[in-house]
Design a protein around this ligand. Structure first.
Ligand code: ADP
Ligand code: MG
Length: 463
């Protein structure tokens, strides 16, 4: 800063107060108080006015939105001025303050900044039942579970983003809430924001409408951990995508953790711009697989234990549910709750008959099983080979691999035994089927493309 003769300095101060008056008039009380009131005049450097603000964030914001206007207005009162420079005030040592709320009067602008995001309440509430210790781990979800735990434990993102995907009701939201709970418990100072992609979009559109994208940005960008659930809904709206992407990049650059969930892999997210899709896949992408019998059984066991003690749920009923409700954990829980609710209401003991009776409609919906023929047809279509090649003896890789994929899916999606599957594939031996399954399992671990093919097919057949 340059020292000015006293009278010049006074003059200069007067100019500043006139400029402030004009700014206040032009932008209104709220915007002025939020963004401009904390500007302080440092002096003049050549023909440039030097102003400073308390935070880097404010500096960027003022520079992007008001600096030009300040320059224009200043030239009105003093045509000699050619520019405005914004600096961040060196931090003043903080007075001992019991809490932000009490410290605030000294810095009204910062207070209003903090309040604005708080008022928006962007995050969604967390379900107290969704913690790590309530999550039953099995083969289909163990990787997702381990990854989520790691993210919750590490102060520095172990992978960014963590992208969890899988069908509905398989525990994505549960794991995200669990991450949030654990971080809150470990380190309450870390700011965790969890919300659905829909809510994210809604907030953004609302902010646009009220011309308050500022606090929106500030809010999200102040998160230490940002979790956005069900991002398959973010597609479409370009401005929202853009905003999501910027927020995403800013946070990653600042070393903040991002956790994303979707019902499909990043590359399958239609409606998202390519660069966003590819960026989402940079961290760790983990697939939560459909439940297995073992996992369903275990989940039921755990839930049954926590359900009202006076209700006894026979093992046979749990086994029946685990075998028949294969779609997802949510339905499984729903079925169990229904049985328990019914039994409690009518005051009768739970039996297998009763369970079958109560769940009739649900079970009927599940009867529509995938057949091996359907699998063969879908797989043949997908790989553009002829259906007959599913049964043929041709060994060319172009047909042999899809055939193996079909066998693998047949084992996964139908209750058929290996010999039965072999018969449907041109009378092959069960060891051939076993080999095919192993092969695909092996390949899936190292060949992302193949793995994606299999997942896509599985969803097609399941959905
Ligand atoms: P998604 O978000 O993938 O659609 P949710 O996380 O909402 O699925 O899970 C659906 C329901 O199933 C929730 O009540 C959740 O607590 C429960 N759930 C899912 N997976 C598990 C699991 N492995 N152990 C215990 N409960 C689970
Ligand atoms: Mg969910």
């Amino acid at each position: 800063m340059t020292l000015q003769p006293k009278s010049a300095a006074r003059d200069f101060d007067r100019q500043w107060s006139r400029v402030r008056g004009m700014l206040r008039e032009e932008f209104g009380e709220t915007a002025y108080n939020t963004w401009l009131a904390s500007l302080t005049l440092d002096g003049l450097e050549g023909e440039r006015v030097l102003l400073s603000v308390p935070t880097r964030f404010l500096r960027d914001w003022v520079a992007a939105h008001y600096a030009d206007r300040i320059r224009v207005l200043w030239r009105r009162v003093n045509p000699m001025i050619s520019g405005v420079a914004l600096n961040v005030m060196p931090a003043t040592p903080a007075a001992p303050a019991p809490s932000k709320a009490i410290a605030a009067p000294a810095a009204p602008v910062q207070e209003s900044l903090e309040r604005a995001p708080a008022d928006m309440d962007i995050g969604a509430p967390l379900d107290p039942r969704c913690t790590f210790d309530k999550f039953v781990v099995g083969q289909p979800n163990q990787l997702a579970f381990a990854a989520a735990k790691r993210v919750a434990q590490m102060a520095v993102p172990p992978f960014n983003p963590l992208f969890l995907y899988g069908g509905v009701g398989l525990g994505k939201t549960h794991l995200m809430h669990a991450i949030a709970w654990q971080i809150r418990r470990q380190d309450a100072a870390r700011k965790v924001v969890y919300l659905s992609a829909e809510k994210f979009m809604y907030q953004f559109v609302k902010a646009l409408r009220f011309k308050d994208t500022m606090s929106f940005k500030e809010l999200f960008r102040s998160a230490d951990v940002l979790m956005v659930d069900d991002v398959q809904f973010i597609g479409g709206k370009e401005t929202t995508q853009e905003e999501f992407f910027h927020t995403f990049n800013t946070l990653v650059d600042r070393g903040r953790q991002i956790v994303i969930s979707a019902d499909r892999s990043p590359s399958e997210l239609a409606g998202l711009e390519e660069r966003i899709r590819s960026r989402l896949g940079w961290g760790l992408v983990v697939d939560i697989h459909p439940t297995t019998y073992d996992l369903r059984r275990e989940i039921l066991q755990v839930k049954a234990r926590t359900i009202a003690e006076e209700v006894v749920i026979p093992e046979a009923v749990l086994d029946f549910l685990a075998r028949r409700i294969t779609s997802n954990v949510r339905e499984l829980e729903g079925a169990l709750n229904r049985i328990v609710a019914h039994a409690t209401l009518v005051g009768r003991a739970i039996t297998l008959d009763m369970a079958q009776d109560i769940l009739q409609d649900l079970l009927r919906a599940h009867e529509r099983r995938v057949t091996i023929e359907e699998i063969q047809r879908r797989v043949a279509e997908h790989y553009k080979i002829r259906l007959v090649d599913m049964q043929s003896a041709r060994r060319a890789r172009a047909v042999a691999r899809p055939r193996q994929v079909a066998m693998y899916l047949a084992k996964q999606l139908t209750p058929r035994s290996l010999p039965e599957i072999g018969r449907k594939f041109g009378g092959r031996d069960h060891t051939t089927v076993m080999y095919a399954i192993r092969k695909i399992e092996e390949l899936r671990a190292i060949d992302a493309l193949l793995s994606e093919d299999v997942e896509t097919l599985r969803r097609l057949l399941h959905g």
